[in-house]
Design a protein around this ligand. Structure first.
Ligand code: N01
Length: 521
């Protein structure tokens, strides 16, 4: 622990100074946080970024075919409408350029300490001690904007280390690798894999796709935007907003309803996916292998029009026999066959239970976040955790992450954070954290409601499920989440004026740690 002066530990809302806010991560939610916090008058901001550029997922993912399956006019910041999107569904490099441009334009970039991963966050009421790059500093508020899909999940397949060719995870794409004339193997059949298969099959000598589970796919209605439309967007006031709102409504009324269990929309999605498969895969044997045995939209629905034509090509092989092991020359499947490969791509997804971990986060009473979660991360309204005062997450556990714009979700969450800071300022609070009881009520209601969603009833395994097999995802409509984020109920929080007094109350600490943990302690 660093020794700090009395002035440094004086609650910001009682001393009239600005709160020192640390934002961990300079991806899209970190950028949104800086822009909106500054607009709201919170100016003392420091962003810690583990890599050398802003952009988060769009900086890390550079694989061929990378695109966003959420329409461009909806996958943008509300404060930075872009009339120049070239396509209805933007390609990765264009989104990354937009992130960089926005960060530069709004003065985010100079606030970022690049190549500075945060090692530890320790709460010493009422401030956080943040250790990064061997240095410990004090902050009043910490905002974890670390994203969900950023820790590559590398499968434990025997022999993986023995492979003699190039081998990498999709989020670690080798930029200078020429795939022409190569035998390429891809393990995994999620959204990432579908986009890569669609993009590279034509150029490689042979593409072997190792499928453990077939996926339902909806066509992606891609379209290039012409100059007239871009001119209108630029010059007609409100047209950009209308486009944003139009897409929001169409998604909320269609795919969102499907995932939440609306039978009619689900029937449409199932029909559209089946028709997509039948129309685009002529070979009945291949079609059978590509037909999932669970309901459409149970896994994160894939939107892709290039996959079926690519996997139907003569140089593509869909391997459904299980993987026995990896060898120096390729992959041996359980039927004894060796699939020779020059390049092995792991499209095996991400460790989705980590969020800010493995950063050590230590809250009240010395409790560690990793231990508290124990592989089953939960949060109050996807943003805060009992026992971790003045600590907020963007895109934290239990948030709405299924088939909608995460930029929109992050912006709602930043608005909620600002309302909370304003409350602290108004009431001269030293700290706030959700009550254990409010956290439990929220999570129990969620656990009940999520059982009616297709993620639970659809009969599949997916990254939405936690280690208990329960979807860790917001089970109501995004419109409801929007209302909740706009109207915080501060009765759900412990609002602390005098932290020293609070810390000496055993009952309060027990509540903050959760009853069982406190008993064990
Ligand atoms: O990862 P995934 P992803 N042996 O977890 C397989 C977002 N995204 O990177 O289904 C063999 O979906 C696994 O098999 P199974 C989007 O939210 C968005 O593709 O578990 N196979 C599965 O097929 C998406 O949902 C866009 O049986 C193994 C695959 O690997 C999320 O990112 C674009 C295995 C992992 O699929 C993640 O997508 C791209 C093993 N040991 C991604 N382990 C947009 O357009 C795993 N698999 C916005």
């Amino acid at each position: 622990m660093t020794t700090i002066s009395k002035e440094q530990s004086q609650p910001w809302a009682q001393s009239g100074r600005q709160p020192r806010i640390a934002i961990v991560g300079a991806g899209m939610s970190g950028i949104a946080a800086v822009v909106k916090l500054r607009k709201a008058g919170y100016m003392d901001l420091t962003v810690f970024e583990k890599e050398g550029r802003v952009g988060g997922t769009w900086r890390e993912n550079r694989y061929p075919g990378l695109s966003c399956d959420i329409p461009s006019y909806f996958y943008q910041f509300s404060f930075e409408p872009n009339p120049d999107w070239t396509h209805r569904f933007s390609y990765g490099p264009e989104i990354q350029a937009y992130m960089q441009r926005t960060a530069d334009k709004y003065g985010v970039t100079p606030l970022v300490r690049f190549n500075t991963p945060v090692d530890e966050l320790r709460y010493e009421a009422p401030v956080w001690h943040l250790t990064a790059g061997g240095k410990t500093e004090v902050f009043d508020v910490v905002v974890a904007a670390t994203g969900v899909l950023h820790h590559p999940s590398v499968p434990e397949i025997p022999g993986l280390e023995d492979f003699a060719g190039e081998k990498f995870h999709t989020a670690r794409w080798q930029d200078d690798l020429d795939l022409s004339g190569k035998k390429v193997g891809i393990i995994g059949t999620g959204s990432t894999s579908a986009q890569i298969v669609g993009a590279i099959t034509e150029q490689v000598e042979k593409l072997s796709l190792f499928q453990r589970t077939a996926q339902w796919m909806h066509p992606l209605w891609q379209k290039e935007y012409g100059p007239v439309w871009k001119f209108l967007l630029r010059h007609i006031p409100g047209l950009s907003k209308l486009a944003y709102w139009g897409v929001l409504q169409s998604i909320e009324q269609s795919f969102v309803r499907a995932t939440l269990g609306n039978k009619l929309v689900l029937a449409y999605v199932a029909w559209a996916c089946r028709r997509n498969l039948e129309k685009n895969v002529a070979d009945p044997e291949l079609r059978a292998k590509l037909t999932p045995d669970y309901k459409a939209a149970c896994k994160r629905l894939i939107f892709c029009s290039s996959f079926y034509p690519a996997i139907s090509r003569d140089n593509a092989d869909l391997v459904t026999e299980g993987i026995e092991r990896v060898e120096a020359k390729g992959i041996r499947t359980r039927d004894g066959q060796l699939h020779e490969l020059d390049v092995l791509v792991l499209a095996t997804g991400f460790k989705v239970s980590n969020f800010i971990l493995p950063t050590r986060v230590i809250g009240e009473g010395g409790q560690e976040l990793g231990g508290r979660w124990d592989g089953t991360p939960r949060a109050h309204r996807a943003m805060s955790i009992p026992g971790f005062p003045n600590f907020w997450m963007l895109e934290g556990p239990t948030g709405p992450v299924g088939n909608i714009s995460l930029i929109m979700v992050s912006e709602y969450q930043v608005d909620y954070l600002i309302s909370s800071l304003n409350k602290m300022k108004r009431d001269g609070l030293a700290a706030m954290a959700p009550k254990q009881s409010a956290f439990e009520t929220y999570n129990q209601a969620m656990a009940e409601a999520v059982r009616h969603t297709i993620w639970f009833t659809g009969g599949c395994q997916s990254w939405y499920l936690d280690k208990e097999g329960v979807p860790n995802i917001y089970p109501w409509t995004p419109a409801r989440y929007r209302r909740e984020m706009r109207n915080p109920d501060f009765n759900e929080y412990r609002l602390m004026k005098d932290v020293a007094e609070f810390a000496s109350e055993p009952d309060a600490i027990a509540e903050s740690m959760g009853a069982e943990q406190a008993v064990a302690a």
